[in-house]
Design a binder for this molecule. Structure first.
Ligand SMILES: Cc1cc2nc3c(=O)[nH]c(=O)nc-3n(C[C@H](O)[C@H](O)[C@H](O)COP(=O)(O)OP(=O)(O)OC[C@H]3O[C@@H](n4cnc5c(N)ncnc54)[C@H](O)[C@@H]3O)c2cc1C
Length: 452
């Protein structure tokens, strides 16, 4: 039996941050247990490879907007083989040895194997029992949910894993699900030459983002040649020789070489021994704003497994909070969630949409202006559609949500995150003068429209 101060289960971004921050502080013995690759889903099968697949198409699209280099690329497409090779570099060929020094330097012990709880403060890794004097932190992440569409599981669908690491470009790809993952991967594989059909049961893409942004992304996917079918239920799937056939409500069928399922995530809690501490396996591990599990002061959960915000940066934020609490420093999560959809146009948003703010009972007003209509847009994203929206809380005179949609807007987001997270009064925001000629001038236009 081995004893530690803290045992962290799962070495994805959230778990790594908990362990690394504790190690950095010193004086705490930390074991970090990982059953696959240190770095988690994000580094190998999610954030990083998907962005590697998207970036060349993005760059080409932007190059086509700039006279002087547009002529060089003409009708060029990304070189698929080179893009896949670059993707393999980004995911280090699924080798996690590069992740280890950062943890080792901080004195964190990495234990390889699947962990399960075995009662209070007890964790089994294989047959070996480990105990935690201070805390156990669950950071086991999530996997793709495969919906119960008849036949779907039998056609060997791609999940995000194959959808980000495939070695060949399928000639025809069906994407089921039009959320962030479905929209990004539809665009990525289309840019590499696949004929892509995207099927979404809801009447629009990107269900939680502003409708105008969802509409712009749909429009762009269609212009790039993706067949987008909205408001259509998939009712069955089968293989016919090499083809996969997806049946749709109403009788239509779609054929492809591969089918990618991107309809949501399931927490990795099936085989985690949650029942040994009175929790239900297979569900998210619910936590409060300190990431603590109710009535179990020794147990925390961070990242996708707690279901609060399924993005890497928020999982890492939660990880910093837990490390600080274990170190005796007060901390809690009150951050608005920044989100980026890396399609072209990109959608970059923080905090509320107009609809979610109204649903939350806030008295709000939305003000819109296109970032493409300021001088900086003569040089970036020129000629493309775009729109920015601020959602103003009328009672407090602060922003509670911001959404940008347009080419390369992701890097505009952090200013909005600061404004929302710090509840900067509108009059103070007006003193933050954007440099000329940058697209950040859209802030000034939005504030002027808001009456400043
Ligand atoms: C295609 C795709 C693209 C994405 N792009 C972005 C993006 O651009 N930006 C962004 O912020 N987010 C993105 N996300 C979301 C992001 O990947 C997740 O929010 C993030 O990986 C969650 O981190 P985590 O540490 O909670 O879990 P994970 O990254 O899932 O890591 C959990 C780790 O725990 C391990 N584990 C599980 N159970 C056990 C066990 N019993 N014992 C030992 N180890 C265990 C797993 O092997 C894994 O390594 C994307 C997701 C997908 C699917």
């Amino acid at each position: 039996m081995a004893g530690w101060d803290v045992i962290v289960v799962g070495a994805g971004p959230a778990g790594e941050v908990v362990a690394g921050r504790l190690g950095e502080a010193g004086g705490v013995s930390v074991a970090l247990v990982e059953r696959e690759l240190v770095g988690g889903e994000c580094a190998y099968w999610a954030c990083m490879p998907s962005k590697a697949l998207l970036r060349p198409g993005d760059l080409l699209a932007e190059t086509r907007r700039v006279g002087g280099v547009r002529e060089l690329v003409d009708e060029a497409r990304p070189d698929a083989r080179a893009v896949l090779a670059r993707r393999d570099e980004v995911i280090h060929g699924l080798d996690d040895s590069g992740q280890l020094p950062w943890l080792e330097e901080r004195g964190v012990t990495v234990l390889r194997g699947a962990a399960r709880l075995d009662g209070e403060r007890r964790v089994r890794v294989g047959e070996e029992l480990h105990t935690a004097r201070r805390a156990v932190v669950l950071a086991t992440g999530s996997g793709a949910a495969v919906p119960p569409i008849p036949g779907l599981a039998d056609v060997r669908p791609w999940t995000n894993r194959e959808g980000t690491t495939a070695k060949e470009v399928p000639a025809r790809l069906i994407v089921v699900g039009g959320g962030v993952v479905g929209s990004e991967l539809a665009q990525a594989w289309r840019s590499l030459g696949s004929e892509v059909t995207l099927v979404e049961a809801l009447p629009r893409l990107l269900g939680r983002e502003e409708p105008f942004a969802a509409e712009m992304v749909r429009d762009s996917l269609e212009r790039h040649g993706v067949d987008v079918r909205l408001g259509v239920e998939a009712t069955g799937a089968r293989r016919e020789d090499a083809d996969v056939v997806l049946s749709l409500a109403g009788g239509a069928e779609v054929r492809g070489d591969e089918i990618l399922v991107a309809v949501g995530r399931r927490p990795h809690t099936d085989e985690l021994g949650l029942e040994t501490v009175g929790l239900e396996p297979g569900r998210i591990v619910e936590v409060d704003d300190e990431m603590r599990v109710a009535d179990r002061p020794w147990l925390f959960a961070v990242g996708d497994v707690n279901g609060r915000a399924l993005v890497t940066h928020q999982g890492k934020h939660q990880g910093r909070i837990v490390a600080d609490l274990i170190l005796g420093r007060p901390a809690r999560d009150r951050a608005p969630v920044p989100r980026v959809v890396f399609t072209d146009p990109q959608v970059a948003a923080v905090g509320h949409t107009l609809e979610s703010a109204e649903a939350a009972g806030l008295r709000v007003r939305a003000v819109d202006h296109p970032p493409g209509a300021v001088a900086g847009a003569s040089f970036v994203g020129r000629g493309e559609g775009s729109l920015a929206r601020i959602v103003i809380d009328e009672e407090r005179g602060v922003l509670v949500g911001v959404t940008f949609c347009g080419p390369e807007v992701a890097e505009l987001l952090h200013a909005a995150t600061i404004a929302v997270a710090a509840a900067v009064p509108l009059a103070d925001l007006w003193q933050a003068v954007p440099a000329f000629p940058t697209r950040s001038e859209v802030w000034l236009r939005l504030l002027e429209k808001a009456g400043l």
